[in-house]
Design a protein around this ligand. Sequence first.
Ligand code: NAD
Length: 402
Amino acid sequence: MKSVVDFEALGRFVAVPEAARRLLSKPEKEIHFALSLKTSDYELLEGNCYVVYHCTARGPAKGGLRMSADATLDETRRLAELMSLKTALAGIPFGGAKSCLSIDPSGLNRFEKTAVIKEYVHVLRLELEHGNYVPAPDMGTGPTDMAVIFGETHIAESVTGKPPGVGGLPGRLEATGRSVSKSALLALDRLLRKPSRGATAAVQGYGNVGSHAAVFLSEAGVKVVAACDIAGGVYNPDGLDTQALKDHVAKEGRAEGFPEGDQITNAELLALDVDVLLPCAREDVVTAANAGAVRAALIVEGANGPTTPDAEAILSEKGVVVVPDILANAGGVIASYVEWRKAKSGALTTKEETFELIDDRIGKAFDDMMRISEDKGCSPRMASFVIAVEELVQALRDRAWI
Ligand code: NAD
């Protein structure tokens, strides 16, 4: 499998020792197992679980638990590598990991899902209890699933993204959306030189990341004119009431049918003439096939890996700037670090403190990214890779791994 970082291209901007390139080009550890569960006299639920640690030189393996029917090992490897880069760029002392379970969570009731999560803990118990791997929510999992993991290990720092009343962190739920909106506001100001008030945005994916990012952007005066989920979405040129749309999605399970807007498809949303496009759904949605249709000046990646490399080349030709996932969606892991630290120390942290820390870390990473991008004349993504890989190389040296 090709690594996320193209070391040949990176080599034009920073020298990476050959030993580091070899270590960072492949995962450090992988665990695969078949997860099966008898759900009735007649039914057997089956799936594959992939757990990948990409690099733990900078700290314990950290990365979300994804549940989706089509999850693969390659996807898990790619997401684990992104976590190593993300934690390094944000200066958070965690390594990069991920786990993916190829079971469709929408087909499970709460009891079945809890049983699946308990089975996952059963197999990974030593990794979790020793603090080697610290999961968090990702697509298809949420705070209650993390509370189930905690209920099995009885160790608060063994998992993050728990509900605030069960050792979780106020603001963790909104954290990724917070960093996506902060990155979009910084990019509007520093890259487009445009005030946030009156700027326009479209959001693809109205789950945890997309809905919170949309609400924070609205609060900052940005007009969110369109939002969609897997089933389609809504468009209102005067701006959507993002909180009301969030409530509608919580009630109806989909954005479609929201009364204050016209229906819009995913393809139409990606081609809207807005200042900022925020793909917050899943990977590989902006591709070579649709990048030519993008009219936004900026893409801020809320999802992991939403823009393919081919698409990015086309966007760059058109002058569309992409703020990369490893910067824009780092709020989740920044808040996870605070939750982990809180679990170890017993400190109490407010939602405002969580948001302040995210804004601060994202602000610093954005400054560093801009400086490297300007100094070396490279894209924001390449500049972010330069910073993250330099951090990782230093850690490999410090641990005498190279
Ligand atoms: P989620 O399950 O809460 O929401 C996903 C949303 O995307 C839903 O609205 C869904 O309908 C929509 N969607 C799915 N497939 C789609 C498609 N093909 N086209 C359009 N919409 C589609 O998931 P989430 O937690 O918000 O995660 C979204 C992305 O953000 C993922 O790439 C995830 O890895 C990344 N991410 C999440 C976090 C976090 O803290 N939750 C942190 C960092 C990165």
